[in-house]
Ligand binder design. Structure first.
Ligand SMILES: [Ca+2]
Ligand SMILES: [Ca+2]
Ligand SMILES: [Zn+2]
Length: 349
């Protein structure tokens, strides 16, 4: 097991990176289960994704995530299996109110009476942010990538062949691990969890399967940034996601988006499709108990794509330098160059 610590990758450019770390900061500790050895494309991708979440969430907690590869079948890019704990809804509401720091939080807290379930389930990573979960050593989530897919690890230069965006899937799966998830199930007996306090249908708080669910921070009156439809379950998409954006996708050639995705927590990632984090993704994180590095309500058009996420963590990959420069960078930083390894990832679980 290799524990991926921030200090390892900061070695080459410590002065630049450390100046951006706030006094209070999230720390995501990645533990390799196989295929994510230090210096590999997968390690760089996972580390960049983790550093992105660390840069936007300021809660002073440590989240432990195991990462690896498995054969997840023909249609699944990645998966996150996360630990959780159940609290009385009263205790959960108290913790959420106590953690409120933003205008967005104040709006959520003002509408907590709409949440009428008896109990509420919270992933352990989110529980740490809320002060509900204090164990610091247990694993919070296990993330697996499909080892049968072709992955592209650097979207600065587009996609090589018909491949999928590794970093955006890593950001998406870590998003689930941090609590971007629903408890809505087809049986109707799903326990309200994580993002469900924001889930409404026709102005009323709802845990129903199907229909037209959306997330709201103002008691169901409006959608978050006017577009926060959710997957319904009945639409064939898992309920822990935004509503799937219309697209043309044959599973072989490049996917064609017919409308912008609501955010990185869209349920599907297409071939040759760059993932993009939006203000809506982050607003939900703020609402469920995390503290953001800035007031997201002031930046409703915020976006950050997978290339920007890679470049923020590993600036040496950002400019797509000429071949001779690549060799120098690789030697200088002791990393395996992404450019030299543009091929189907063959890591094994
Ligand atoms: Ca590429
Ligand atoms: Ca918050
Ligand atoms: Zn997902």
């Amino acid at each position: 097991m290799i524990r991926v610590r921030k200090t390892m990758m900061l070695a080459g450019f410590a002065a630049v990176a450390m100046s951006a770390v706030p006094a209070n900061a999230l720390s995501i500790v990645l533990t390799n289960m196989g295929g994510v050895e230090e210096g590999t494309d997968a390690w760089i991708g996972f580390t960049a994704a983790a550093k992105y979440w660390e840069s936007v969430l300021t809660n002073d907690v440590t989240v432990n995530i195991r990462v690896g590869f498995s054969d997840l079948g023909a249609t699944t890019l990645g998966s996150a299996s996360s630990s959780g704990a159940t609290y009385t809804t009263a205790a959960y509401k108290t913790a959420l109110a106590a953690s409120a720091t933003s205008d967005l939080d104040d709006s959520v807290v003002a509408n907590l009476d709409n949440l009428t379930s008896n109990n509420y389930r919270v992933y352990t990573a989110l529980g740490k942010a809320l002060g509900l979960y204090t164990n610091t050593t247990n694993n919070d989530s296990t993330i697996r990538f499909n080892n049968t897919f072709a992955w592209d690890f650097n979207t600065n230069d587009g996609f090589t062949g018909y491949s999928s965006d590794f970093i955006s899937v890593a950001v998406h799966e870590i998003g689930h691990a941090l609590g971007w998830a629903s408890g809505v199930t087809q049986s109707g007996n799903g326990q309200a969890a994580n993002t469900d306090l924001l889930r409404y249908q026709n102005g009323s708080w709802s845990m129903a399967w199907g229909g037209d669910p959306y997330l709201s921070i103002d008691g169901g009156e409006t959608q978050i940034f006017d577009r926060s439809w959710m997957s319904t379950g009945a639409d064939g998409r898992q309920t822990s996601h935004w509503k799937d954006g219309a697209r043309i996708h044959d599973g072989v050639t490049c996917t064609q988006l017919l409308e912008p995705q609501i955010g990185i927590m869209d349920p599907t990632g297409g071939i040759c499709q760059q993932g993009i984090v939006t203000a809506a993704d982050l607003a939900v994180m703020d609402a469920i108990g995390w503290t953001l590095a800035w007031d997201i309500l002031t930046t409703p058009t915020y976006t950050f794509n997978s290339a920007q996420i890679l470049n923020a963590a590993f600036p040496q990959f950002g400019a797509v330098p000429e071949a001779s420069t690549w060799a120098m960078l690789i030697a200088g930083f002791g990393l395996v160059g992404l450019a030299a390894r543009r091929r189907r990832e063959t890591a094994t679980a």
